[in-house]
Structures are given as structure tokens and as C-alpha cells.
Design a protein around this ligand. Structure first.
Ligand code: PMM
Length: 288
């Protein structure tokens, strides 16, 4: 029941898929670095979410604010307008929906509309109302490693030992979130690839995913189309990276690694190849 690196674990309040789960991404934003603009409309976003499920997504993560490095923040009303109808539309079709937001009000309304998981890239740091809101709603919560908003996260990418520091900072956030009233059984942890991290930091974290199992909670890994994959795929250190849309095969490679290392879920924009990758990892695990 586990990969090479340790237990996948269970999250109270979410289904158990007996393999690494696939979280498909629907960004309802005009500016997301990887798929922005294409789904910036409720009906199109719901259709996209259903397509991802048909391709093998186990859950769909709906977000209305770009966290691309350098991005400025969207206002709360606009985020609500983008996210809530899409959550409602997908939940009403029976989809397991998570909401990707740093705002308590968005989390609350998304849960009321049917979301069953709150994915806050700031781990509750961006909005002091978030932890009480999630505790009151009694839904699972993603604690992601985060050091600051997108506008200044590149300057925060300073580490002596990225794996040790991310683990320690995640542990501190978990403690704070549990002190704030969210049940430990409802927590997921996420190393936050690309958030206040350069390519070498992201690669080190992927290389040492199993060490994050020391945190004792299921692991979510979101490498999809990120800059570090662009760097890996570029022809040389000075060469331009391929555009985000050309990083899906590389994303699926990370999905296989993460599943093999016991990740609970991988979060991806294009589901098909990752759905295969997690099934291969499961079959290999079964053959041990
Ligand atoms: N990355 C992005 C958005 N949401 N959520 C979690 N839990 N972990 C991540 O690494 C993460 C996230 C940014 O990527 P996108 O703009 O491509 O969705």
C-alpha cells in the first residue's frame, strides 16, 4: 500500500483511491501562466473540469487567482465570481472538487457550493480568517510550503538545505493549523514546487520526496508545467525553455516519480498521461 518512499496515507473526508490520485486543474483566470485564458468562462470551465474527469482525474482543483511568479492579486469579489459557479457546476455533476484559494471568504463559499477540499497555497498565512473558516467547515486542507506572495517570491528563494528547511517550515505550519482547530487527519502537505524556489530547489525536493513523509501526512505534489521542468528541457543553460504547454510529458514523468515515492496525489493540467503514470506506478507497486 505504499511506494518506494513510504506510506501514501488517508485523508479524512476524502475518498481513498488505492493509488496516487490525480488532481486535474481548472484555472478560471485570464492570466495563469500555463492554461490562462482558455477556461475564463463558467460554462467552458465546467466543461473542461468534466473533460479532465473523463480523462482520469479523480478530483478537480478550481482556482480563480493566478499564483504565477510576479503575478499581482485579483480582488475578492472577482475571485468569487470566477470560482463559485464553477465549483457548483462541477459538484452538481458529482465531481470531487477542491478550491484553490488564499481567501477565507472564497473557501467558505466554495465549500457551500460543494467543494470538499481547501487548497490554500499560502498554508493559511495569506488570510488570518482561513484557518478558522476551514476549522468551522470541517473539510480537508492542503498545507503548502509558502514564503510570500507571487510578486516577491523569487527574492525569498534562499536556502542552505532546501529539503530540511521546507520540511521544518511545513511542520511549523502544520502545528499552527492544528492549533487553529483543523483536525490533523484532514491535512495534506505539499512542498510548493516553484513557490519561492529556483529550479535546483524544486529538483532537490522531487529527489527527496520520501523525506517529506516524516511529516506524517499525505503528500500532494504539483509539478505540472512549472519553470523547473522548462529548465530541465531547455537545450542548455542559456537556451530558452519550451513553453508551458510543451511540458506535459515531463510533468507525467514527475507524476510517475511522485506516485512511486508514495505521494497521495499529483496536481496536473493535462490529465491523460498522468492518469497512465499513476496506474503504472500502482501496478509496479503491486508486483513487488
Ligand atoms: N501551484 C499552483 C497553484 N496551486 N496548489 C498546490 N497545492 N500546490 C502547488 O504547487 C500549486 C497549487 C501554481 O500553478 P498553476 O498556476 O499552474 O495552477
Amino acid at each position: 500500500m505504499h511506494g518506494a518512499g513510504g506510506a501514501r496515507g488517508r485523508v479524512e473526508g476524502l475518498p481513498d483511491w488505492d493509488r496516487c490520485a490525480v488532481m486535474g486543474v481548472v484555472n478560471v483566470t485570464p492570466d495563469s501562466f500555463s492554461d490562462g485564458g482558455r477556461w475564463f468562462d463558467t460554462a467552458a470551465a465546467v466543461k473542461r473540469g468534466l473533460e479532465l474527469v473523463a480523462q482520469g482525474a479523480d478530483l478537480v482543483d478550481v482556482g480563480g487567482e493566478s499564483t504565477r511568479p510576479g503575478a499581482s492579486r485579483v480582488d475578492a469579489d472577482e475571485e468569487l465570481r470566477r470560482v463559485v459557479p464553477v465549483v457548483r457546476g462541477l459538484a452538481s455533476e458529482g465531481v470531487t472538487v477542491s478550491v484553490d484559494t488564499m481567501r477565507a471568504a472564497v473557501a467558505e463559499q466554495a465549500v457551500a457550493a460543494g467543494a470538499v477540499l481547501v487548497n490554500d497555497v499560502s498554508g493559511g498565512l495569506a488570510d488570518p480568517g482561513m484557518i478558522p473558516a476551514v476549522a468551522a467547515a470541517d473539510v480537508p486542507f492542503v498545507v503548502m510550503h509558502w514564503r510570500g506572495f507571487s510578486a516577491d517570491m523569487n527574492s525569498l528563494a534562499v536556502y542552505d538545505d532546501v529539503v530540511a528547511e521546507v520540511t521544518a517550515e511545513l511542520r511549523a505550519r502544520m502545528d499552527a493549523v492544528i492549533d487553529g482547530g483543523i483536525a490533523p487527519e484532514r491535512l495534506l502537505v505539499d512542498p510548493g514546487l516553484g513557490f519561492a524556489k529556483h529550479a535546483e530547489h524544486d529538483l532537490a525536493l522531487v529527489a527527496h520526496l520520501a523525506e517529506l513523509h516524516a511529516l506524517g501526512r499525505p503528500l500532494l505534489v504539483a509539478a505540472s508545467r512549472k519553470r523547473f521542468l522548462g529548465r530541465v528541457l531547455a537545450a542548455g543553460p542559456a537556451a530558452a525553455p519550451p513553453p508551458a504547454r510543451e511540458r506535459d510529458a515531463a510533468t507525467a514523468a514527475v507524476s510517475a516519480i511522485a506516485a512511486h515515492e508514495g505521494a497521495w496525489a499529483v496536481r496536473v493540467h493535462e490529465v491523460r498521461a498522468t492518469a497512465d503514470a499513476v496506474r503504472v506506478a500502482r501496478a509496479v507497486e503491486g508486483a513487488r
